[in-house]
Design a protein around this ligand. Structure first.
Ligand SMILES: Nc1nc2c(ncn2[C@@H]2O[C@H](COP(=O)(O)OP(=O)(O)OP(=O)(O)O)[C@@H](O)[C@H]2O)c(=O)[nH]1
Length: 364
């Protein structure tokens, strides 16, 4: 009896010791993670804000109390890949932090369509079948040394008051915030959402460029477009003035995925994030004046975004013509070009049809 009591006492003591040891280990691990995270934030690197739950949409860091190391949303070094499409953020050859562009707006306003059409060459009609985004989707765009940034596509129903949504962390590393308004819909709610988003973001990071895409204007007449733009511009700025925030500058663009307006608008957004822009413009001005060429654009061929142009005004028709010429050059070089030229285009997955043509051209 005495022996068994002693044995059970010993067993309990051992268990308690074991539990204490485990708890200590867990605490140490948490501390280490916290330190690592602080270090990463200091360096400007951002953690994923996507933590998927079974049912509800949730935003936040990984659960500190979750000890299951293997199931963490973050990789050990704090850099997390894209949830969709498998595009990672970590560039093994480059440790620089890329500017971040956020795509925000109400549900079905056209955010994902914009991203797919501009950066994935999706045909506008295919966007009709896009499903609603239910978590933040991040993508690394690194087409060239100038076009190198991250795009974060947000779900329409994002809730700033959700305590797990760490908007401070998100806005802190943001270069541009694109707010998409569906011009074919009633935009009263969109405007109040725009106001809330902009004021929150400005408080955290006053250096963000605020870009408003008055989207889906393809269904509107020219007069109607101008009228809508004027009305949205006035209401949005009035709201800011009422809040004493006149100093916030909003830029407005009329856009549609069914024409080149979305590429032009995106070009302007991206240009603001390129520190070398004035130098590039100067070089193009010199080029124009010495060559007798009428207009010059510096293009990112893959996305058809123009990185810079000379200082003469941009005529939409010239821009469209250049875009079409790029398509022709790509098509021809994919079919008749050298293997070296074809390869990057194949890797980029550029234009499905061309890819097939190039593959069959390669076969003996
Ligand atoms: N007419 C027209 N329709 C568009 C345009 N852009 C997108 N759409 C359509 O708008 C619908 C919604 O597009 P999505 O890209 O899924 O919208 P979203 O803002 O990502 O929606 P959530 O993921 O729910 O937040 C789709 O049916 C698109 O085809 C446009 O420029 N013009």
């Amino acid at each position: 009896m005495w022996q068994s009591r002693a044995a059970s006492g010993l067993f309990t003591r051992n268990c308690t010791k074991l539990r204490r040891r485990r708890r200590r280990r867990r605490r140490r691990r948490r501390r280490r993670r916290r330190r690592r995270r602080e270090k990463m934030t200091d360096q400007g690197k951002q953690y994923s804000t996507v933590v998927e739950h079974d049912e509800a949409l949730s935003f936040g860091y990984y659960d500190e109390d979750d000890d299951d190391d293997g199931l963490e949303t973050f990789t050990e070094d704090g850099v997390c890949g894209c949830d969709e499409g498998g595009l990672g953020f970590r560039d093994p050859f480059c440790s620089e932090v890329k500017p971040r562009i956020l795509l925000m707006g109400l549900r079905r306003s056209g955010k994902s369509s914009i991203q797919k059409v501009v950066f994935h060459k999706m045909s506008p009609n295919e966007t009709l079948f896009l499903e609603s985004t239910n978590k933040i989707c991040r993508e690394d765009v690194s087409n060239s040394s100038f076009v190198s940034f991250q795009i974060w596509d947000f779900p329409g129903q994002i809730d700033f008051f959700d305590p797990t949504f760490d908007y401070e962390m998100i806005f802190r590393g943001t270069g541009a915030l694109i707010f998409v308004i569906d011009s074919q819909d009633d935009y009263v709610e969109a405007l109040s959402r725009l106001h809330l988003t902009v004021t929150r973001a400005y408080k955290v990071n006053p250096d963000i460029n605020f870009e408003v895409f008055i989207h889906k204007v393809d269904g509107l007449s020219d007069d109607h477009k101008i009228e809508k733009q004027r009305d949205i511009h006035k209401r949005a700025n009035d709201d800011l003035a009422d809040a004493g925030l006149e100093r916030i500058h909003l830029s407005f663009y009329l856009t549609s995925i069914y024409d080149h307006s979305i590429f032009e608008a995106f070009s302007k957004v991206v240009q603001k994030l390129i520190p070398q822009l004035p130098t590039l413009e100067n070089l193009l001005n010199i080029f124009i004046s010495n060559s007798g060429i009428e207009k010059a654009f510096l293009f990112d061929v893959v996305s058809k975004i123009y990185i810079a142009t000379d200082s003469s005004p941009v005529d939409m028709q010239t821009y469209e013509l250049c875009c079409d010429m790029i398509d022709v050059v790509i098509d021809i070089s994919c079919i008749y070009g050298t293997h070296r030229l074809q390869l990057p285009l194949l890797q980029e997955g550029h234009r499905g049809g061309v890819r097939l043509a190039a593959e069959s051209a390669e076969k003996p």
